[in-house]
Design a protein around this ligand. Structure first.
Ligand code: FAD
Length: 388
């Protein structure tokens, strides 16, 4: 199998623009996010101020055209930025990831009026957040089983139903809501742009999560919520392909988020290993510790290459479904391993919140689950493997 399909030489040599985006993100992450990430987590405080700072730096529309307020720096630059921001604060990173995902989805599928109305609000930070409303209480991996309905009534649609696990759903200026307008299965699904505060939109339970505690995850319900027919994103009945395309991109973003978390865990483990003495010497001197850290560093580097390959394919306008799935399953599982190793290297101190290792461990855990679980990623990869 040709594993390097579509590989761009510049994958290994970043352009000046990509370096600038990466360095800008790194600087912000290390100075403004890493020092307070632990506090935000403990206080479960939504990082509104930090997101505004990131919007000012162009991080809410890294891969969005300038005419809609984006940085127009491309998918590779976005991947690099996401790794850096996640290294600083995983909760801020997931919120940024969803904002970029929603902005890109509207920019890709929206009418000119929809793009002008919503995309600059997200990229500028005037909307503190935007949401992606696909999952429902009974439909996560099997998103096509969603039950929310949208019924045409004259020049409007009336939406009823509920959504589960919606990142920033209580803060969003705009939410992409997938709802059933026709037959059962994936052909009867359309998507709509619903503005925050619309009558009939109710914010439910704020989930008390294991990790990413400074991000907001809520359930939403729609009770005879009316939107104009012009709020439909893309053609009627074509909402599911829009979701799948968006998830392909989102998965590369989550791979990068995981790499950022794993790298932060590795950094803290290396620092600790040099500092902590047992039996009269730093634990970094022991081969058992060095080998564990070496494996983690190697795996995270491999994950980085997979994620950048998927991003480069996306930027080149080529298919990246398989490569995105490979990047996500590998990066997220290796990031979890990195965090586990970091806790182990810290010994008992890895288990308490005096050190960031336990937060990284909790933050990394979700990455193998959301935006397509590891099992679903393997189904996607297996499908390609057996079809060709
Ligand atoms: C913190 C957080 C934030 C989230 N943010 C959003 C958001 O902003 N927008 C949104 O729409 N959703 C969001 N989600 C939802 C997330 O994408 C889903 O949780 C995820 O897709 C899994 O769905 P599920 O939880 O229903 O699990 P299920 O689909 O019920 O899966 C349960 C288990 O079964 C496995 N499984 C399912 N089907 C198969 C199969 N065919 N073969 C093998 N194994 C299978 C899964 O991999 C998993 O291990 C978020 C979730 C969390 C926890």
């Amino acid at each position: 199998m040709q594993l390097l399909t579509g590989m761009q030489p510049r994958l290994f040599e970043l352009t000046e623009a990509q370096q600038l985006v990466r360095d800008t993100a790194r600087n912000y992450a290390q100075k403004r996010l890493a020092p307070i990430a632990g506090q935000l987590d403990r206080e479960r405080r939504f990082p509104a101020e930090q997101l505004a700072g990131l919007a000012e730096l162009g991080m809410m529309g890294v891969n969005i055209a300038e005419e809609y307020g984006g940085a127009q720096a491309g998918a590779v630059a976005y991947a690099l930025a996401m790794m850096e921001i996640a290294q600083g604060c995983a909760s801020t990173a997931v919120t940024m990831a969803v904002n970029n995902l929603v902005a890109e989805t509207i920019a890709r599928h929206g009418t000119e009026a929809q793009k002008r109305r919503y995309v600059p609000e997200i990229t500028s930070g005037r909307y503190v957040a935007a949401s992606f409303g696909l999952s429902e209480p009974h439909a996560g991996s099997d998103a096509a089983a969603l039950r929310t309905t949208a019924r045409r009534d004259g020049n409007e649609y009336v939406i009823n139903g509920s959504k589960q696990w919606i990142t920033s759903g209580d803060r969003a200026g705009v939410i992409i809501v997938w709802a059933r307008t026709g037959v059962e299965g994936n052909r009867g699904i359309s998507c709509f742009l619903v503005e925050g505060g619309t009558k009939g939109l109710h914010v439910g339970r704020h989930e008390d999560k294991m990790g990413l505690r400074a991000s907001s995850t809520v359930s939403l319900s729609f009770e005879d919520l009316r939107v104009p027919a012009s709020a439909m994103l893309g053609p009627e009945g074509r909402g599911f392909p829009i979701a799948l395309g968006a998830l392909d991109s989102g998965r590369v973003g989550i791979a990068c988020q995981a790499i950022g978390i794993g790298t932060a865990a590795l950094d803290s483990a290396v620092r600790y290993a040099k500092d902590r003495h047992t039996f009269g010497q730093p634990i970094a001197n022991y081969q058992a510790i060095r080998f564990a850290l070496a494996d983690v560093a190697t795996e995270l580097d491999a994950a980085r290459l997979l994620a950048l390959r998927a991003a480069a394919l996306k930027e080149a306008g080529k298919s990246f479904t398989r490569e995105g799935a490979m990047a996500k399953v590998f990066a997220t599982e290796k990031a979890n391993k990195a965090c586990d190793t970091a806790v182990q290297v810290h010994g008992g101190y890895g288990y308490i919140d005096e050190f960031p290792a336990e937060r990284h461990y909790r933050d990394a855990r979700i990455t193998t689950i959301y935006e397509g679980s590891s099992e679903i990623m393997r189904i996607v990869i297996g499908r390609y493997l057996l079809a060709h």
